[in-house]
Design a protein around this ligand. Structure first.
Ligand SMILES: Cc1cc2nc3c(=O)[nH]c(=O)nc-3n(C[C@H](O)[C@H](O)[C@H](O)COP(=O)(O)OP(=O)(O)OC[C@H]3O[C@@H](n4cnc5c(N)ncnc54)[C@H](O)[C@@H]3O)c2cc1C
Length: 453
């Protein structure tokens, strides 16, 4: 670490140079700037540079290198554990860089590094176009795509990485760089699942797909009906086209202290009539609430938005299938879910375009047919151990049916073996070589880290 006087001078210069703002310990906005979606993350970065443009990002990286600081990148702020707010590091916060430019003729969209799912979907919708984004509106698109990216549209349009056309990066040397199929192709390959290991993505270009119509069916039932709902949902997915997706989940909601419900959200790349036909077996089950119809695609992203300002923990297991035994364990575990508006125990179907997508990328879960995703939110720090244990146990329940691969976007810091299982063991050495080329000092380490060989 640099001597205090050098650090002070460099910080003053950074404040002067940046079009955005810098927050350091002692500044009025520092605590706000270091607050993440998950308030369990309580890191004290050396400084937070809220960059307004690419020049700011370059300057911020130079500052960090001069002072020998590691760099944490913040996009949407929904990463877990060791992610965005590295202790003692410089946080490069991209939230002010959320511009989205749609090129309808090319069926492509360029998003800046801090854009969220909501920014993306609201910009593309007027053109009747969309790409696979996350299932909630505030998730950062770059963080999501670089980690693989599974969402409501993945069975129809592939994973986030399958739609990646190009990346604009600022590297660990503070150089601006393009990666696409022609320029720096090895780096481009690594960015298809290798997370933020290779630089700061100041912009991504993504492929768009025609989405003239989109519809969804949401059913809510008492938890006792859960196993029937899961089995019916399983059958709808098994026999339906790739245009059908969604989630079946247990969730908690009002009235206080909380009520456990089972929900099925069937999404469809198509109109209401087709959806009703496909959803028939689900709609035939007894239920308390039913909402079925065409809706703007961005609206489905808000349906599962958890409240912010909560403590949270989550994980995931990729599954070979959904046998009845698993369905019963899933129901039993849901009963112990931490009570709050946001906790849920979800099953997401994969298959379709996910399974058919390119095999060479560092995304190892294409062969899984389902993902289970326990997601706990709570308010009181005294519940930390109980809530995190619930997530661990929910994953342990289904491990006999695990594919062994990991959906890295949906897990936090669970150790190097899980990172290897997420990237694919055979791909790790190749990624380590790319890391050595672009970040030999492992400056970008607050991620699913690939160490340079
Ligand atoms: C409520 C919620 C819903 C979610 N839903 C989904 C979902 O449906 N599907 C899914 O696949 N995942 C989902 N996720 C997981 C999410 O995709 C990952 O946690 C992702 O890393 C979050 O990115 P972020 O920018 O929001 O988070 P941040 O905390 O800002 O970033 C997390 C990490 O992403 C990397 N990163 C972010 N932006 C950049 C950038 N511009 N350049 C380089 N690296 C960057 C960095 O390594 C950073 O440490 C969800 C998470 C939450 C909390």
């Amino acid at each position: 670490m640099a001597p205090p006087s050098k650090a002070r001078t460099a910080l003053a210069a950074l404040r002067e140079e940046l079009a955005g703002e810098v927050f350091a310990p002692g500044d009025a906005g520092y605590d706000d700037a270091r607050t993440a979606f998950n308030v369990m993350i309580d890191r004290r970065p050396a400084a937070v540079a809220q960059c307004a443009n690419v020049t700011d990002v370059v300057r911020a990286v130079r500052f960090a290198r001069e002072l020998d600081l590691k760099i944490a990148v913040r996009g949407g702020g929904q990463g877990m554990a060791s992610a965005a707010l590295g202790h003692g590091a410089l946080v490069v916060d991209l939230r002010r860089m959320h511009g989205v430019t749609v090129d309808p003729a090319a069926e492509a969209v360029r998003i800046e590094g801090g854009a969220t799912t909501s920014h993306l979907d609201r910009a593309t919708r007027p053109y009747g176009l969309a790409t696979t984004g996350a299932r909630t509106s505030a998730t950062g698109v770059a963080g999501y795509v670089l980690g693989g990216g599974t969402g409501w549209l993945d069975r129809a349009f592939g994973l986030g990485v399958d739609n990646l056309i190009g990346v604009e990066l600022v590297t660990a040397d503070a150089e601006r760089m393009h990666a696409n199929a022609d320029e720096n192709p090895e780096l481009f390959w690594a960015l298809h699942g290798g997370d933020g290991n290779f630089g700061i993505a100041t912009a991504l270009t993504l492929e768009l797909h025609e989405l003239p119509e989109f519809s969804a069916a949401l059913l809510l039932c008492p938890p006792e009906s859960g196993p029937d709902v899961v089995r019916a949902f399983r059958e709808v997915i098994r026999s339906g086209p790739d245009e059908v997706g969604g989630a079946v989940l247990y969730l908690t909601g009002p009235p206080a202290p909380f009520t456990l419900l089972c929900g099925a959200l069937l999404t469809y790349v198509g109109g209401e009539a087709g959806l009703r036909e496909l959803a028939g077996p689900l709609l035939a089950l007894p239920h308390e609430t039913e909402v079925v119809g065409a809706l703007p695609y961005p609206d489905v992203q808000c349906m599962l938005d958890p409240s912010s300002g909560l403590r949270s923990h989550w994980s995931a297991e990729c599954l070979t299938g959904l046998p009845d035994e698993l369905v019963d364990l899933f129901r039993a575990r849901a009963a112990g879910m931490p009570a709050s508006n946001g906790s849920r125990h979800a099953l997401f179907p994969l298959g379709g375009a996910v399974a058919a997508g390119p095999r060479e990328y560092p995304v190892a879960y294409r062969d899984a047919s389902w993902t289970v995703h326990p997601f706990a939110c709570w308010t009181d720090a005294a519940d930390d151990e109980r809530a995190t244990a619930w997530v661990r146990d929910a994953c342990a329940d289904v491990r006999p049916w695990s594919t062994g691969s990991v959906c890295l976007d949906l897990v936090g810091d669970e150790g190097p073996e899980r990172v290897r299982a997420g990237l694919g063991a055979g791909r790790l050495l190749r990624l380590e070589k790319v890391k050595r080329r672009w970040d030999p000092d492992n400056v970008f380490r607050f991620n699913h880290n690939v160490a340079p060989v």
